[in-house]
Design a protein around this ligand. Structure first.
Ligand code: G3I
Ligand code: 9MR
Length: 730
């Protein structure tokens, strides 16, 4: 077992930056990113960015005006070096101060960090050995098989009385402890799935070297599945209710998983929050795993079914608020307001099932937008609705969805702009897990940016990442193994109990917060009582230096999003294009669609194609039945397979195939090798378009094939616009 450097810490925080230092993201920036550093107010008025190797000046500029940041009571000045875009390794130089930590400017600066933040979940897998081939020096034996878990008295039912043994294996350990909690698993798994849904190309390229890396699924989905399978086992098949947690009665000691006490583990009381978080997460997973029917037969529909059963249990048991039974002392994740959980579950069920009744149950007008935490998940609903907005049924209030996303981002960006530290954090936000508050703020700012490209939202989100990577009052990078001064002694049992000096990499520490609930358990005092400085890099400090799956999740999301959204390619064009296609899809909808409509529409298309002598094949299918099919003169005879693959994509996504094509291209992806799609059955080429009936949703597809994708698409749009007598931009 290792001991923390008590002496050094007592002598004044061994790894903390000295007070008067320049603070900067210790990892790096994309060339197009907003780039800020913080300087303590002093004699100098200007700063230089110098090449780290040669010391040559790359940029010289003035510092901003001095201002006091309340959470640390420092007087600081901003150094804005956004105009420096040349890739390289640099430091900031200010007369009278030590040189800053070095940082990089270059493409995808967060790729390795993102992979490590994801791999951290593998390192926290319960119930399995981590082999040296995957875990390196952090290899360890299996602990907590959880194949025989007791039903606790608080969870007893007629079908499963107290003491019944159930199997509930796999899952991730929640944090520095060895228990597994549904509420926290929900938001964590969801955030990873959303990261994948939003940036599939990025994660398609991410290689984690986990045991499943060789299979057909992207690693992020394999890793998520490890936890989702455990979550599924936490649902009581008899009634659809979900146990709140799987836990020992008390926290284990600071030992490796395989050395744990062996004391019994229990599933404890079903709760409404657990059922709703479970429903939301499973509904999300059901759509993310849908394209993998061949690899995981039946999984997607099993997930949706589990989600609906949990929802019904919660409807019948709307106020089962969890509190620890008297004999259980582990993490509580208690929550007496489950309106937000209900809204989130309703939203995900609506998106995945297409049933309008769930949209109504969401009570959208009464749900505002806040920064997500395990106990407040309402904005996950907005985030999912916004991402899927182009494929929602007409009942969805599109303006409301856009307004919720934008208003939260606008408030956060306003706070960011007004903050001397350029971070949307005031004293009140410094709670247990404050670093994840920062990153969840960034995640919501990024939703705003994805929706309307207001540059301030992206810049403010970047600032959140800068903050956890070093531009904060403590001068730490808060991710183990990354940056110049990462946490060395996180409250993480394996990191503490193994024989390796360095902690397991890729974990975000909870972060500063002034309540210091662990003070009595700590042999050394915190360095400060100020909110932004109340952080202790000591293993005792579960209130500021623990790790947790829900804190790593926004780190995964934000690092990927920032890499993708600050890419060098101009973003305007493909996104304008996407908006245009989405508008076409919104405009070109039918009041009704019968066999005659198909014939008339097909003939319109034939006319248009003939006029231009286009050798295309046309297909109109409703509910799986071909209602119109015609090959014009000169059409190639290999079009059936293209039509099948392009229209399959429309059936899967609800979008025209040209939309998906454009989306993937704008994210730098390969349209012929989308990691989520089997090319045998799907083609992301233009030409297939959803046939949508207002108030009903998608009823079929119309496909043109034979020309380059963009031309096939344009022909379909022209025919629809002409048939429906609507004006639409091409
Ligand atoms: O909500 C109040 C807020 O209104 C108030 O202004 C603020 C003042 O500091 O406190 C807020 O509540 C805090 C809450 O976290 C914020 O989310 C509580 O004081 C604080 O005690 C609570 O801490 C939770 C902690 O468990 C203790 O229950 C953390 O959120 C939660 O992340 C943490 O989770 C633990 C699990 O129980 C066990 N496994 C490890 C995990 C991470 O430490
Ligand atoms: O290790 C526990 C950590 O995971 C929890 O977040 C934290 C708060 O519930 O509690 C930790 O366990 C401590 C316990 O609460 C008090 N005694 C010391 C334990 C840490 O070794």
């Amino acid at each position: 077992m290792k001991t923390a450097c008590l002496l050094l810490l007592a002598a004044g925080a061994a790894h903390a930056a000295p007070a008067a230092t320049v603070k900067v993201n210790q990892l790096g920036f994309a060339p197009a990113a907003h780039k800020l550093a913080l300087a303590p107010a002093g004699a100098a008025d200007g700063f230089e960015v110098v090449d780290a190797a040669s010391g040559k000046t790359a940029l010289r500029a003035a510092l901003g005006a001095p201002a006091v940041w309340e959470p640390s009571k420092e007087t600081v000045r901003l150094a804005d070096f956004s105009s420096l875009t040349r890739p390289g390794r640099y430091r900031i130089r200010i007369a009278g101060l030590p040189l800053s930590d070095s940082f990089a400017i270059g493409p995808a600066p967060n790729r390795e960090l993102n992979a490590a933040a994801l791999k951290a979940y593998y390192f926290n897998r319960a119930g399995t050995a981590l082999g040296a081939g995957h875990a390196g020096v952090y290899a360890r034996a299996a602990g907590h098989p959880d194949d025989k878990v007791l039903v606790h008295s608080s969870a007893a039912s007629a079908a499963r009385p107290e003491g019944t043994l159930i199997a509930s294996s796999k899952g991730w350990y929640d944090a520095g402890d060895y228990n597994k909690y549904i509420v926290n698993s929900g938001i964590s798994s969801y955030t990873l799935l959303a990261a994948f849904e939003h940036f599939p190309a990025y994660f398609g390229r991410q290689r984690l070297n986990i045991p499943e890396s060789a299979n057909a699924l992207p690693d992020i989905l394999d890793e998520s599945l490890w936890n989702l399978e455990w979550m599924l086992s936490m649902q009581d098949p008899n009634d659809g209710g979900v146990y709140h947690k799987l836990t020992n009665k008390r926290f284990e000691g600071m030992v490796m998983p395989e050395q744990a006490s062996g004391e019994p583990r229990y599933v404890v009381k079903k709760s409404t929050a657990a059922a709703l978080d479970f429903a939301a997460t499973m509904a999300t997973a059901s759509r993310v795993f849908k394209p993998y029917g061949r690899q995981l037969p039946g999984l997607s529909s099993r997930m949706l079914d589990a989600a609906e059963r949990a929802w019904r249990w919660a409807e019948a048991n709307p106020a089962q608020y969890f509190v620890n039974p008297p004999d259980v002392a582990t993490g509580e994740y208690g929550d007496k307001n489950v309106d937000d959980e209900r809204a989130w579950a309703a939203a995900e069920l609506y998106i995945s099932s297409g049933k309008d009744s769930y949209y109504t149950a969401l009570k959208p007008a009464s749900v505002d937008a806040t920064v997500p935490t395990w106990s407040d998940v309402r904005s996950l609903a907005w985030m999912s609705l916004a991402h899927h907005r182009a494929r929602l049924t007409p009942i969805a209030d599109q303006a409301l969805i856009a307004a919720r996303i934008d208003s939260l981002a606008a408030v956060l960006a306003e706070q960011w702009k007004g903050s001397p530290y350029r971070i949307s954090m005031a004293d009140a936000q410094f709670v247990w897990g404050s670093n994840a508050v920062v990153l969840n703020q960034s995640m919501m700012l990024l939703q705003g940016y994805r929706m309307n490209r207001k540059r301030a939202y992206l810049d403010a989100a970047q600032s959140g990442l800068d903050y956890v990577l070093g531009r904060n009052a403590t001068g730490h990078s808060f991710v183990t193994g990354f940056g110049a001064r990462p946490p060395l002694h996180p409250h993480h049992r394996p990191s503490q109990a193994d024989t390796v000096e360095a902690p397991v990499p890729g974990f975000l520490a909870g972060g500063p917060q002034p309540r210091q609930q662990d003070k009595a358990d700590c042999p050394v005092p915190y360095p400060s009582a100020l909110a932004g400085l109340s952080y202790l890099d000591h293993v005792c400090s579960y209130a500021s230096n623990e790790v947790a799956i829900n804190w790593n999740a926004p780190l995964v999301y934000v690092t990927a999003a920032i890499d993708e959204l600050t890419k060098a390619e101009p973003m305007e064009k493909p996104d304008d294009m996407l908006a245009l296609i989405a508008r076409q899809e919104q405009t070109l909808q039918f009041d009704s669609f019968d066999n005659r409509t198909a014939l008339a529409l097909g003939l319109t298309l034939v006319e248009l194609a003939r006029a231009d002598r286009l050798p295309v094949t046309i297909d109109i299918t409703r509910d799986g039945q071909v209602l119109f099919h015609h090959a014009l003169d000169g059409a190639a005879n290999d079009q059936a397979n293209w039509i099948r693959r392009k229209s399959n994509l429309v059936k899967l996504t609800g979008h025209s195939s040209f939309y998906t094509h454009t989306e993937v291209k704008s994210q730098g992806g390969d349209i012929d090798a989308i990691p989520t799609l089997d090319p045998i059955d799907y083609a992301a080429h233009g030409g297939a378009f959803p046939l949508t009936v207002k108030g009903v949703g998608m009823v079929g597809t119309i496909t043109v094939s034979g020309l380059p994708g963009a031309d096939d698409h344009a022909l379909v749009v022209r025919a629809l616009a002409s048939h429906l007598k609507r004006d639409v931009a091409l």
